[in-house]
Design a binder for this molecule. Structure first.
Ligand code: COA
Length: 172
């Protein structure tokens, strides 16, 4: 029985991530999605919020059998703890390669048994990223082609709250 781990910051989860999850599910008997921290990024949603959004989004697209966890620590430790055969990551463009290469080599250095598998992102999602989605939504743009409705709603609520706060500050 093969088991894989798909880690990410998922801030928020997009159809790009979901495409990788669907395809990885076909390659492995079991797939665990881990919502993690990326210390290099300033997050919009908390770890708990991102976890909830992944659960809701996967429910929405009827991917009900996937285990979704959070992990605040090193990826190699989680991979070892879960005894996975491989860690799955998506590759969009050559720009992703440098980063993924560094990530893979560092992880392999930390644990020689660490193995990663890369799936090329489908053409339809190659230009999507969580930060693009956040930016478009922050200016009131429509992101429903890029994220499930539950994620769109969460983004809507987040930026509405922020606009209210900013309006309050400019009046005082
Ligand atoms: N299609 C479209 N976009 C995709 C995609 C796909 N198939 N797959 C990923 N993306 C995008 C995401 O939207 C995201 O966009 P953003 O940069 O604008 O936010 C970006 O690609 C990558 O994000 P994601 O895959 O969600 O996670 P990440 O790269 O931030 O995750 C961790 C990195 C969490 C795996 C890494 O930081 C980690 O391992 N952290 C734990 C600490 C650790 O072990 N550190 C040592 C590692 S060397």
């Amino acid at each position: 029985m093969t088991k894989a781990l798909y880690p990410g910051s998922f801030d928020p989860i997009t159809y790009g991530h979901i495409d990788i999850i669907k395809r990885a599910q076909k390659l492995f008997d079991r797939l665990v999605v881990a919502v993690m921290r990326n210390p290099d990024k300033k997050m919009l949603f908390t770890l708990e919020e991102r976890h909830r959004l992944v659960i809701e989004a996967l429910r929405e697209v009827k991917l009900n059998t996937i285990e979704i966890i959070t992990h605040d620590g090193l990826l190699v430790d989680l991979a070892r703890q879960l005894r996975v055969d491989a860690v799955v990551r998506g590759l969009r463009a050559s720009t992703d390669f440098e980063y993924e290469f560094q990530l893979a080599l560092t992880n392999r250095d930390l644990d020689p048994g660490f193995e990663s598998v890369y799936l090329m992102t489908s053409r339809d999602f190659s230009f999507i990223s969580s930060s693009i989605v956040r930016q478009v939504k922050s200016y009131g743009g429509d992101v429903r082609r890029f994220v499930p409705a539950s994620v769109d709603l969460a983004l809507e609520a987040h930026f509405k709250e922020r606009r209210t706060e900013m309006n309050g500050q400019s009046r005082s």
